[in-house]
Design a protein around this ligand. Structure first.
Ligand code: NDP
Length: 259
C-alpha cells in the first residue's frame, strides 16, 4: 500500500533511539526525506549511518531551545525544499514522587513537554501550510488521561500537552494542517532499558519487562515495540489520513482503562 509519503519531507525529533528512530527508519522506507534531530549528534549519526543518506538530514538540536529548533527547521527546508510533516517525539519521563520533586524539575518537565512541541510547530507552521498536506503528530502518553502515581509531574505535563494539541487542531486546521496524538503505554525503548540498569535486580531484562507489564495491567501482557508505535505515527502523517485531526490513538496494549 502506498502511503503517499514518497518525496515528502518529515521532521522527527528524538530520532536517535526508540520510537523516534523507528519512525525515521519507517519514513525512509516509505521514500520520504527525513530531517532528524537529537541533542547528541554522534549517537544520532551512529544509529542512522546505514540509512539512505541523500534523503537524510541530521542535526543536533535541543527541542526546548527555540532558536535551535528554528535553525533545525530552516536547515531542513533549505535541504529538501519544504516541510510536509513533523513528529514531536523527543522526551523522557520523570519517575519520582511529587514530595521529592524540586520546583526546577517540575518546570523542566513542563518546558520539555510543552515547548518541546510548541517550538517545533511554530517554526514549521508556514512550511506545513504551504505543503497542502501538512501534518503534525505528537508522541504523548496514556498518562495524559490516566495519571500514574509514580509519574505525577509527567502525567500532569502530558495532560497539558494533550489539551494543547486539541486547541492546536482548531488553529492549525484553518490553515489545512492536521495534528494528532499517539498515546503510548509501555514501549520497549531506551527509557526502560535505563530503568532496568538502575533496578538492581537479578531478573533478566525479558523477565523484568514481563513482570513490569503484568504489574501495570497491560492486557496484551508485554511491552510494545518501537515499530508498533512508528506505524500509527506514519499512518497519521499519511495524506490518506487527510480527514483525521485532533484525534488520539492509544498504543498501549490495552493498558488504558478509560472509554
Ligand atoms: P528514548 O529514551 O529511547 O529516546 C528519546 C529520544 O529523545 C533520544 O533520541 C534523545 O536523544 C531525544 N531527546 C531527549 N530529550 C531531548 C531534547 N530535549 N531535545 C532533543 N532530543 C531529545 O525514548 P522513547 O523512544 O521511549 O520515547 C519517545 C517519546 O515517547 C518520549 O517523548 C517519551 O516520553 C514518550 N513515551 C515513551 C514511553 C515508553 O514506554 N517508552 C511511554 C510514554 C511516552 P538525546 O538524548 O541525544 O537528545
Amino acid at each position: 500500500m502506498d502511503l503517499g509519503l514518497r518525496d515528502r519531507t518529515v521532521l522527527v525529533t528524538g530520532a536517535s533511539s526508540g520510537v523516534g528512530l523507528a519512525t525515521a527508519q519507517m519514513l525512509l522506507a516509505e521514500g520520504a526525506n527525513v530531517a532528524a534531530c537529537a541533542r547528541d549528534l554522534d549517537r544520532l549519526t551512529a544509529v542512522l549511518t546505514d540509512a539512505s543518506t541523500e534523503r537524510l538530514h541530521l542535526v543536533s538540536c535541543d527541542v526546548t531551545n527555540q532558536s535551535a529548533v528554528e535553525a533545525f527547521v530552516e536547515s531542513a527546508v533549505d535541504r529538501f525544499g519544504g516541510a510536509d510533516g513533523v513528529v514531536c517525539n523527543a522526551g523522557r519521563s520523570l519517575m519520582a514522587p511529587i514530595e521529592s520533586t524540586t520546583d526546577a524539575q517540575i518546570r523542566e518537565e513542563f518546558d520539555l513537554k510543552i515547548f518541546g512541541v510548541l517550538n517545533l510547530v511554530r517554526a514549521a507552521q508556514t512550511h506545513l501550510a504551504t505543503s497542502q498536506v501538512g501534518s503534525v503528530v505528537t508522541v504523548n502518553a496514556i498518562l495524559a488521561r490516566q495519571p500514574e502515581p509514580r509519574l505525577p509531574v509527567t502525567s500532569a505535563a502530558r495532560a497539558a500537552l494533550l489539551n494543547l494539541t486539541r486547541t492546536l487542531a482548531t488553529s492549525l486546521g484553518s490553515e489545512g494542517i492536521r495534528i494528532n496524538s499517539v498515546l503510548l503505554g509501555l514501549v520497549d525503548t531506551g527509557q526502560w532499558s535505563r530503568r532496568y540498569a538502575e533496578a538492581d535486580t537479578s531478573l533478566t531484562y525479558a523477565e523484568w519487562a514481563s513482570e513490569l507489564a503484568s504489574d501495570r495491567g497491560v492486557v496484551l501482557g508485554r511491552l510494545g515495540t518501537a515499530a508498533e508505535v512508528a506505524f500509527p505515527i506514519v499512518s497519521l502523517l499519511s495524506p490518506l489520513s487527510g480527514y483525521t485531526t485532533g484525534a488520539c490513538i492509544d498504543v498501549g496494549g490495552g493498558v488504558g482503562r478509560y472509554v
